[in-house]
Structures are given as C-alpha cells and as structure tokens.
Design a protein around this ligand. Structure first.
Ligand SMILES: NC(=O)c1ccc[n+]([C@@H]2O[C@H](COP(=O)([O-])OP(=O)(O)OC[C@H]3O[C@@H](n4cnc5c(N)ncnc54)[C@H](O)[C@@H]3O)[C@@H](O)[C@H]2O)c1
Ligand SMILES: [Zn+2]
Length: 370
C-alpha cells in the first residue's frame, strides 16, 4: 500500500512526515534524517509492543538501541520524569549525535521531545506517534513540554523533529474512546481550513470509524499538511496565525478546568467546545444555522459530546476570562464564518457566551426528560 510524504518546510529545520501502513522502510527513513551514534526509544507500557516493532529494524542495521518504558498517562509528563530520562541518557553515555525516538501518544511525544530539546543543548528527535491525536496534532509543529503543578505545558521548548513516521496500523490497538476523541481534532481541521476535508469526513464517516487504513492515510496526511502549512508561517506562535488551531479550545479549556480533566478526554471537550463556538458565531450573525447543524451532525456520528455538562456558568466564564486570548476583560474567540474558514473575533460579550452555554445546557435537560 502506497505511503504519502508530507514535507514541513522550515529551512534548516525542514523534515518529512511519512504516512502509511506498516514499518517497511523505517530504518532507511530514519537514516535519511539522522546518522545516530546511539538510539534511545522512549515509550509507555500501552504501546511498548509497537515500540519493539520500531526498535527491531533499527537494531538490524547495527544501531545500538536502548529503551525506556514509562507508565501511561498525563501525570507522566513531569519534570521528575524528564530528570529520570536525563539520568538514563547520561548513564548510557548519550552524546550530541544520539537520537531520541518517541513512540507513543502526545504525552510521550511532548516529554521525550522536551528531553531531546534540553539534553546536551539539543538531541535529534524522531517521532513515531501512536494515538490519532498525536498523528494529526502533537507530533507536527515542534512544541514540546512538561506540566507544572500550576498549569499544563508550562515548561517547554520549541524543538522540531528530524522526521515523523506515522503507521496507521498502530491505531488498531487504540481504545475506541481515545480514537473518537482524536477525530474531534480532525473535524477541527476541516472546520478551520478545508471544506473538502470536511465533506470527505461526512462522506466516509463509516469507513473512518472502522479505521480503514486507506481512508485514514488520506485524512491523516491532509491534517498533517494543514498543520504544517500553519507551522511553516508561524513556527513559534508569534504572528497569531497559529491561533486558529485553537478553534473550540477556549470553551474546551474551560470545560476541562471546571469539569476536571478526568471527566472528558481532550477531544471530547473540543467537540463540545466547537459546538459552542459555532452556535456563538450563529448568534452573532457570523455563521449560518446550516453550518452549526452540519458540524453537530458529523460530531454526533463520531460519537462525540455535543453540549457541556451542567457546570457553573460563573466558573466557566472565570476560566475564559483568564484565557490567553482574553484581552483586558474582553473575550476573544476563534469563530467559523463558513465551513473551512474561521476568524479571531474580539470583543465578544459575556452575555452572548452565557446565552450559548445556557441554551445548550437547557437542551440537555430536555433530552434527558423522559
Ligand atoms: N505538542 C503539541 O503540539 C500538542 C498538541 C496537542 C496535544 N498535545 C499533548 O498531547 C497529550 C495528549 O495526547 P494523547 O491524546 O495522545 O494522550 P496520551 O499520550 O496519554 O495517549 C492516550 C492513551 O492512549 C494510549 N495509547 C496511545 N497510542 C496507543 C495505541 N496505538 N494503542 C493502545 N494505546 C495507545 C496511551 O498509552 C494513553 O493511555 C497532552 O499532554 C497534550 O498536552 C501536544
Ligand atoms: Zn486540542
């Protein structure tokens, strides 16, 4: 089955993302971007079988490959674990020519990427994302980091990988809820940048839910291309362009903070957040009802949440006011005008936001009534 290559053009930091099925050609692909002295594979217990599949062909080319396996979960993205990894690298005499290979979801990618960015002032990093979210989002763009007790991703660095290898076969073992959660970010790309991708998702929703490799390859490569286009123009989040990737995320962040991170997976919060953003756009006269309905219909088919749980409106608003995008008491949102096009809208009134949240929470009560 043919694979696709997505090129991320960032001058000296350019790299290729391979999207395909299987591991054939992996060792050659790694060699094209790095000639490492030593290889360190960092992974978690849920995907350690996949990581062995990655290490095997590298060993066969004569490379010395060491593995470090962490428990799974967001709490692993810590400075303590970064420090344990520094110890491990130092013990094994890692040097500037060593290669870090991250095999896992966004947690492993962010943590291993941060270690690669900081150990010995920077080691080469090769990403092998295994979750759908990591394939379409976190492994592209060079953001790495760990959490601080006070905030997620507070400590971090930009560090581009030298290559990304996406094997859609890895998704076979991804839990259903994690998979659907990743689909929310896929829908997001359609909404913010690509009406054709959105239509493709509508037309092939069943095949995508079945994780059909041909459809997955097309969708994942398209999402990587769209993210790469933005990253190429705004590598370090300085021009504001990268902000459109936050569509649905101001609401999502409030749901995650008020509802607790255990209630919903990130993509589930993003799904309900995109519903809120589209309804807000509709109320403000920016978008049509048809847009909100099409988006909700697709998210429903993907089994994603469409409305917030009955959280405190005051609590949600408080978080939104403290969001990076809120400037001097005004609320800013990335809102859709049509499918495939969003804009950063300043000065949204708190009243309009409350009305959207209240309306959706009331809807939920109606649905729940027998
Ligand atoms: N750097 C960025 O640009 C960026 C962007 C978005 C999100 N993130 C970060 O990514 C993280 C979320 O990523 P995630 O959703 O991949 O979470 P994750 O890494 O925790 O993976 C989710 C779960 O699925 C498991 N898993 C992953 N792949 C699997 C597979 N193929 N088979 C079986 N189990 C598998 C993991 O072990 C974990 O239990 C967050 O920390 C977030 O901050 C970073
Ligand atoms: Zn997200």
């Amino acid at each position: 089955m043919a694979s696709q290559i997505v090129s991320v053009r960032l001058g000296e930091r350019s790299y290729a993302i391979r999207v395909g099925s299987g591991l054939e050609g992996l060792a050659e692909f790694v060699r094209q971007c790095s000639r490492p002295s030593l290889v360190f594979v960092i992974t978690d217990t849920n995907v350690s079988d996949h990581s062995q599949g990655v290490a095997e062909p590298l060993r066969r080319t004569g490379l010395n490959v060491q593995s470090f396996v962490l428990p799974p979960g967001e709490s692993q993205k810590s400075l303590e674990n970064a420090s344990r990894l520094y110890d491990f690298l130092a013990e094994h005499q890692a040097d500037r020519r060593s290669l870090i290979v991250a095999v896992g979801g966004g947690v492993i990618g962010d943590l291993a990427g941060f270690v690669a960015a900081t150990f010995a002032r920077g080691l080469s990093l090769f990403m092998v994302p295994t979750s759908l979210l990591a394939m379409v989002d976190s492994s592209v763009g060079g953001k790495t980091g760990v959490n601080h007790p006070r905030a997620k991703n507070l400590i971090g660095a930009f560090h581009q990988p030298c290559g990304v290898w996406i094997d859609t076969d890895f998704l076979v073992t991804l839990p259903e809820r994690e998979y659907r959660s990743g689909l929310a970010e896929v829908v997001k790309y359609g909404m913010i940048l690509d009406p054709t991708l959105f239509e493709y998702l509508e037309q092939h929703a069943e095949a995508i839910l079945r994780r059909d490799p041909n459809h997955l390859r097309h969708v994942i490569a398209r999402c990587c291309r769209l993210k790469a286009d933005i990253v190429e123009q705004d590598e370090q989040e300085t021009t504001g362009l990268r902000a459109i990737l936050n569509y649905g995320h101001t609401f999502a962040h409030a749901f995650e903070t008020v509802g607790g991170y255990a209630t919903w997976l990130h993509g589930e919060a993003v799904s309900a957040g995109m519903v809120c953003a589209a309804r807000l756009a509709c109320d403000l006269g920016l978008a049509s009802i048809e847009l909100t309905e099409r988006q909700e219909h697709l998210l429903r088919r993907f089994g994603l949440p469409l409305r917030p749980l009955p959280w405190s409106l005051d609590g949600l608003l408080r978080v939104m006011h403290s969001d990076k995008k809120a400037v001097a008491g005004r609320l800013r949102f990335v809102l859709p005008r049509r499918i495939g096009h969003v804009e950063l809208i300043d000065d949204v009134s708190e009243q309009a936001v409350r009305a959207v949240l209240q309306g959706l929470m009331d809807d939920a009560k109606l649905v729940a009534r027998p």
